[in-house]
Design a protein around this ligand. Structure first.
Ligand SMILES: [Zn+2]
Length: 96
């Protein structure tokens, strides 16, 4: 869930795609950035931005919350289940 920078309404991404960093971080994990294009139904503003970041490595996948995790969870309970982020780890293995 992302807030509209113009009016502050909660906006769901219309479209998402993944940007995979070619270089692992200090712990050998690869960062996958989920980008999204957004359209605010309240004020009509359109923009693109980061939806979330996922770090994938030997110890599994860790989702990095960009905002307050508690606030996000409260909203997800009320409105809809959280967005499912699918990561194909077999693809990542072949990069190394
Ligand atoms: Zn708006």
């Amino acid at each position: 869930m992302v807030k509209c920078p113009k009016c502050g309404s909660d906006v769901q991404p219309e479209k998402t795609w993944q940007l995979i960093s070619p270089l692992p971080d200090s712990e050998g994990r690869i960062t996958i950035t989920i980008m999204g294009s957004f359209h605010c139904v309240n004020c009509g503003f359109r923009w693109r931005g980061v939806v979330s970041k996922v770090k994938a490595g030997d110890s599994g996948v860790e989702v990095e919350g960009s905002s307050s995790k508690k606030a996000l969870k409260d909203k997800e309970k009320k409105e809809r289940p959280g967005q499912i982020i699918e990561v194909d780890l077999s693809d990542l293995d072949s990069i190394e």
